[in-house]
Design a protein around this ligand. Structure first.
Ligand SMILES: [Zn+2]
Length: 164
């Protein structure tokens, strides 16, 4: 695995752990409810489980950790990442209101909010994290991900664009 990819992965995980840790600590301070903390962690860290869906679509059921961590499933040319969607936040909150699970919905949304802010700041754009935007582009990675757009442009000049 390239050093640059490892560094990016390390920064990404560290940022997610730090932000989710702070949010979980605040939740615990105000509510002392471990269920809410688990939901916040689910939204803040385990949201990345949707990368597995993209991975299995690309490589089938044979799992290779290195390929997964390097994000090589982007080579499929499609990016679905269904849980990485801003649209889910109001939907979860509305469901929370409807089912009278306000705190649970707020905790899950809070974790997801932190995760999406970090991912958006790393990509320097929020657009790829709208499900509607990805659907509009028919989930084509080279139209959705800034690094893939760069890569396409730079490949013409003999550079790989540093895309993860
Ligand atoms: Zn993510």
């Amino acid at each position: 695995m390239e050093i640059k990819k490892l560094k990016n992965l390390f920064y990404d995980l560290t940022a997610h752990l730090a932000v989710t840790g702070v949010m979980s600590a605040l939740l615990f301070f105000y509510t002392a409810d471990t269920r809410l903390i688990l939901l916040c962690v689910l939204g803040g860290i385990l949201i990345d489980i949707d990368h597995l869906f993209d991975y299995f679509l690309c490589f089938g059921i044979r799992f290779n950790l290195k390929k997964f961590l390097c994000g090589e499933f982007v080579k499929s040319g499609r990016v679905y990442l269904f849980f990485h969607s801003w649209e889910l936040l109001p939907l979860i909150l509305i469901c929370g209101l409807y089912f009278n699970l306000n705190w649970e919905a707020a905790a899950l949304s809070l974790g997801m909010l932190g995760h999406l802010i970090i991912d958006s700041s790393f990509q320097k754009t929020i657009k790829p994290y709208f499900l509607s935007y990805r659907a509009w582009h028919r989930f084509k990675a080279d139209e959705i991900l800034p690094c893939m757009k760069n890569k396409k442009r730079l490949l013409k000049n003999g550079d790989d664009g540093g895309c993860r």
